[in-house]
Design a protein. Structure first.
Lengths: 365, 445
């Protein structure tokens, strides 16, 4: 549990900078600023951007220092009580770290000379990578957004003619997918479909916005409350859901309610497609709904109480209390891979097992 | 020459015989019309015909660089696929050939970089996608045995695309579409024309060899699949087969050499009359080895299911997600087997495994000639009733237990790794179907 004061103290005292100082840079604030500035940005992508800004703010030049810096900053970010979904942050930072490691491994000189000059050379080349990252930070965000368009291009082929699609939540990927599907793309005629949108009462404004956005594109939308999913499922042809995080087993973490929709779709034998970018993928292994296997990630979804106004959340410190409060405001649930038909990714339509292999390929090889 | 094609009933053999004597473009047009008229049908025939026609394109068409060749193959491929979108094997072969060309081209290029001095590159590190094996090659003799194939660097290639998110636009082409331009690496020190000319003839023969290998693979499928027969069929088994394809028949025949078992031969009632001749050799060889064959009608299959141990179906095509396109009637059998928890085994060559993800479920069912249900002489019925006859239908992945291909037995879960080994991502994403997808859509070009 590295808290801010402790790390600052260490970095001030020790001659070897374990945590290269980054001046007054605050990664948590940066992360939130990035998310607020650009509503189209995903959480893992915001993490990557924030880490790149941290690189820019630091004076770290060597490989070792940079890796330490990224490590420390990402730890600080995902352990912060102000971050709603620490798992998305971890996926983003793991992806970023892995990218750095791979780049290092590909440096041509790294196999040859093991002398001191070799490592100096390596540091210089690493500086090249660093410069590239700092220079192209915005480009990455644009690419990540382009991924949505690719998903939309893949996903339209999964929509049968005159079908009814059930969806929920404010997923930007699903929104883009449906929006593009009613357009003519490269001579491919628009898809004919209707949408059943599941309105979430606790997020009325978001739901209303999503429905309005769909209707403005000329899609007929029917809305139902969350309790009505099973009731309408017989009319539904397919289910599209978004995801905040894709876990290592090929499951997803998404808005509370996704699990239930996926389960009901499975029972009725309706295909349930997850539309999500591949950078949401990461090495996390949620075991069940109540243990996401991510330290400090607790949502107070079950609060047994005999009185109507309960305040005790079980959290001890102020930070933990804030974290639980924040995470309970935007609750998530875990949808296991067996309920997911396939993923629609920016690299094509992938089975859950393919996603699993991708995680292994990414982080083990 | 093309005028005589009405004179005989065209078939795959005659088409292949006539290939040499006809201009390439005419052959392409002829194949398109044969596919459209279903005079060449079935995945094996379509795959063979496609491989042959692409071989002609590579061997006889004029092309001066890789991009031209790729474009030509894509154009022909698209026409063939559009002619008969239900035959997924056509598209598979086109994609295999495209991948083959890309492989050979990158091999050529690696040779070129080792032969000529490395061009002065403005970037500090060379492009990763092109020169993964480059450092090791630099010291090795000019003609290394073979650069790593896609399979050996498979995981690298697969994840590289993911890390493209953060890649440098100046270093890596993000989609790999530019990666196949050989002009980029030839460097300023060598004249461009000369290496190109040698490359083309070398590349041509390499690609032709590769296509020959694909043809051999298609031919060998039955033999290779049947080597797994005695692993899957045990003595005393009751096996249900439905309108067995040649692959399935050979599989059973092979198993009968070693094992005694019983086959339930299910036949669609409408085609029952012609079945004797079709399956005569199967019946004969089964009987001579002491196994028995019981012919059953499709109607009462659920009643037999309690006796059946395994159901073996021949695939017309296998989709990336594990769904199988089977003869109509096969899906009902698989469903009955699933109800009784019987094993469902699907046989088919790897060339039937399609990476295509843009298939609509309605386009997977092929509708055919309904005359076997209603005689066209029956005017009052024909004019008032709409009769549909499904030729093939789609079997969802969850109703299949095992897939046996020429590479062995696979679970549904690792089909995607086979696809990754056989097809390149840029070819998978290439939209062969174009407008043919949509029912309302017309012809392409």
């Amino acid at each position: 549990m590295a808290n801010n004061d402790a790390t600052a103290a260490i970095s001030g005292q020790l001659p070897i900078r374990q945590n290269p100082d980054v001046g007054s840079f605050d990664i948590v604030a940066t992360y939130h600023r990035l998310l607020a500035d650009d509503p189209e940005l995903t959480m893992p992508m915001a993490t990557i951007e924030a880490l790149i800004e941290a690189l820019g703010a630091s004076s770290a030049t060597t490989v070792f220092e940079t890796m330490k810096l990224v490590e420390a900053q990402s730890d600080r970010l995902w352990q912060s009580p102000l971050v709603a979904n620490p798992m998305a942050v971890r996926h983003g930072s793991d992806f970023f770290k892995q990218y750095l490691v791979r780049e290092l491994r590909q440096l041509p000189s790294s196999t040859g000379a093991a002398s001191g000059s070799g490592s100096r050379n390596e540091d210089q080349q690493f500086e090249g990578i660093r410069q590239h990252l700092l220079r192209n930070a915005r480009l990455f965000a644009t690419r990540a957004k382009d991924a949505r368009e690719k998903i939309a291009a893949e996903g339209r082929y999964l929509i049968p003619d005159k079908s009814i699609i059930l969806t929920h939540g404010g997923s930007r990927v699903v929104g883009t997918l449906l929006g593009r599907a009613v357009e003519r793309v490269n001579g491919d005629p628009p898809r004919r479909f209707k949408v059943i949108y599941v309105i979430s009462e606790s997020r009325q404004t978001e739901s209303d916005k999503a429905v309005a956005a769909l209707r403005s594109k000329g899609i007929s939308v029917a809305t139902i409350p969350e309790g009505g999913v099973a009731h309408v499922m017989s009319k539904v042809d397919l289910v599209f859901i978004g995801a905040e995080v894709i876990t290592a087993q090929g499951g997803i973490l998404s808005r509370l309610g996704t699990y239930q929709i996926a389960k009901l779709a499975k029972i009725d034998g309706k295909p349930c497609y997850v539309a999500a970018e591949q950078h949401k993928l990461g090495q996390t292994f949620p075991v069940d709904q109540f243990s996401f296997n991510c330290r400090g990630f607790q949502q107070n979804s079950l609060d047994f109480s005999k009185t109507t106004n309960s305040g005790s959340s079980g959290a001890e410190t102020e930070d933990e209390k804030r974290a639980v409060e924040l995470r309970s405001a935007t609750p998530l649930d875990y949808t296991p891979p067996d309920l997911i038909t396939t993923f629609i990714c920016d690299h094509g339509v992938k089975s859950t097992v393919a996603m699993e292999h991708q995680v292994i390929d990414m982080f083990v090889s | 020459m093309a005028t005589q094609k009405g004179g005989y009933t065209p078939s795959l053999e005659k088409f292949l015989d006539s290939l040499k004597s006809r201009p390439v473009q005419a052959s392409v047009e002829l194949l398109i019309s044969l596919l459209k008229r279903r005079q060449i049908k079935g995945s094996e025939a379509c795959a063979t015909a496609t491989a042959h026609i692409l071989l002609q394109v590579v061997a006889r068409d004029k092309w001066t660089n890789v991009d031209q060749l790729l474009g030509r193959i894509q154009l022909v491929g698209r026409k063939l696929v559009t002619a008969q979108p239900h035959e997924l094997a056509t598209g598979n072969i086109v994609r295999r050939v495209l991948g083959l060309i890309r492989d050979e081209a990158s091999e050529e290029r690696n040779d070129a970089t080792t032969d000529s001095p490395r061009p002065a590159s403005p970037s500090p590190s060379p492009s990763a996608s092109a020169s993964v094996p480059a450092p090791s090659h630099a010291s090795s003799p000019p003609k290394p045995a073979r650069p790593p194939t896609l399979a050996s660097i498979g995981s690298f290639a697969r994840t590289q695309s993911m890390f493209n998110l953060l890649s440098d636009p100046n270093l890596f082409p993000p989609t790999g579409s530019n990666a196949s331009t050989p002009g980029q690496v030839s460097g300023a020190s060598t004249p461009i024309l000369n290496p190109q000319a040698t490359n083309v003839s070398a590349l041509r023969s390499e690609v032709i060899d590769g296509i020959q290998e694909i043809m051999d693979e298609i031919k060998m499928v039955d033999e290779q699949v049947q080597t797994y027969a005695d692993i899957f069929i045990h003595p005393g088994d009751y096996i249900l087969v439905y309108q067995p394809s040649r692959t399935v028949q050979k599989f059973l025949t092979r198993a009968a050499l070693k094992r005694k078992f019983t086959v339930f031969l299910a036949i669609d009632p409408s085609s029952a009359t012609s079945s004797e001749a079709l399956y005569a050799s199967l019946l004969k060889s089964m009987a001579s080895n002491g196994s028995s064959v019981i012919t059953v009608l499709n109607a009462g299959l659920m009643a037999y299911m309690s006796r059946v141990d395994k159901v073996i179906l021949g695939a017309r095509a296998i989709t990336a997600q594990g769904g199988v396109i089977v003869d109509s009637g096969g899906a009902a059998i698989a469903r009955a087997a699933r109800e009784r928890r019987r094993t469902v085994i699907v046989l088919g060559g790897v060339y039937k495994l399609s990476p295509e993800s843009k298939l609509l479920s309605e386009s997977r069912v092929e509708w055919g000639d309904p005359s076997k249900y209603v005689s066209f002489a029956d005017g009052s019925l024909v004019s008032h009733v709409r009769v549909k006859n499904a030729v093939s239908e789609f079997l969802p992945a969850d109703q299949v237990d095992t897939y046996i291909t020429n590479l062995g037995a696979h679970a549904q879960e690792n089909l995607h790794t086979i696809i990754a080994d056989h097809y390149k991502e840029e070819d998978i994403n290439f939209d062969l179907y174009g407008k043919a997808q949509r029912i309302s859509g017309g012809e392409i070009e």
